[in-house]
Ligand binder design. Sequence first.
Ligand code: XMP
Length: 517
Amino acid sequence: MPDSLHQEQVLILDFGSQTTQLIARRVRESHVYCEIHPFNMPLEAIKNFKPKGIILSGGPSSVHDEGAPLADPKIFELGVPLLGICYGMQLLAHQLGGVVEKAQRREYGPASIDIDLQGDIFHEIEKEGVRVWMSHGDRILKLPPSFKAMAHSDNSPAAAMGDPHRHLYGVQFHPEVAHTPCGKDILENFLFRICGCRPAWTMKSFVESAIGSLRNKIGNDHVICALSGGVDSSVVAVLLHEAIGTQLHCIFVNNGLLRKGEAETVQRVFRDHFEINLIYIDASAEFLDRLKGVSDPERKRKIIGNLFIEVFEREAAGIEDARYLAQGTLYPDVIESVSFKGPSATIKTHHNVGGLPEKMKLELIEPLRELFKDEVRLVGRELGLPERIIMRHPFPGPGLAIRMIGELSPENLEILREADAVIQEEIEASGWYEHVWQSFAVLLPVRSVGVMGDERTYDQVIALRAVESVDAMTADWARLPYEVLAKISNRIINEVKGVNRVVYDISSKPPSTIEWE
Ligand code: XMP
């Protein structure tokens, strides 16, 4: 993006908090562009970034720990407004001549604070009984010279502090979390009243500016885009199409492991509606052939990933003049962060086209690399993508192959596809689609006895999986109403030949995972 897009930007220095990304999302929701960088970003780079404000995130350390991450003290002298959150506030106190001590007891969870100094970051915030979320062990014993306590709680005499003259502020609590109901107002007071930002970051402005800069960058060259039908690649395709029209070539590979109707929908939306150059390749037979006799899930993944690259390369070679490969990389993938990263959700979620650009000697174009997922959805809406695509659940690259335990067969794929279609329909009809992260069928390698009419059956079992999650790192099984479960089970057993039993998976992640394989 050209610098002009971000005439006003806020810098978030990350000290390793689990909520650093949440701070960034809150700032963006207030229509101010911001970026997360590691706490030790060099001073020169900070100056070049020209932040309108700096936010120091929380973090797991104590300022007294050996090797605790510190800020470059010169950032306090830049004249740039600064807000320290939790560890960020303690750091401010510690580095500017105050005293931070271990509190008698750790303060964790909901707390109530009273405001001692209204105005500034507490402009129009209630004076007493303000509900906030705390999570800290240390507390500030002595404020740095020239700072005033702005709020207190029973456990923290300085739950917030400020030196309004130097525009330096700190809050002990977490304004970025939903458990601090007035947190958005406090952050906006900082952004708009203290930093003087304007709420200019909108997806409309992003789209306009992205189209301009994509045109500049690409010129008369051609771009290839691997379209999967998921939200990210769909938005990339439509955005690029707006920018360069027929210079864009989308390739959609049907690997035979897609959901029912998927290939048709993608062609209808992108070729017929958006009039995008779409190359549709039905490689199902090739994929199924390569997967014959394979039952190990990681081998399935490898085979599918490699063959995808093969097929894609083959088709892309036919597109002369192609110089770029477009990819739907999002901001959370590029943040160079010191953040706590739980059990990685990426263990299995390898990039399915990883290695492609280098192999094909194409340059990468990643028009969404500044955006969070919720922003990508807004961009999609801005570009007129159908709601069904915008709100779509994630679907794994290896598709139905990892939802069929053991070896694949065309007959079993058909069963799984039909059962999955029933689940999608019923989850949508019940209004649960937007509450669940993913819902799908898994075909188990088990046969069990049943009766249909007067006949004994010996058929297969479908496991229904429906989970709630925010980021797939952790997930809990969805408490779907019995009526919805009953309807799904009835329909699958009645409509999908070869299935006589449906079970509901009631395991959470961890220790289970979302997918079965
Ligand atoms: P698990 O099963 O690890 O899944 O709890 C977490 C998220 O990742 C998706 N997933 C994949 N996505 N290729 C993908 O593109 C894969 O091989 C893959 N495996 C799991 C899964 O659907 C869930 O959203």
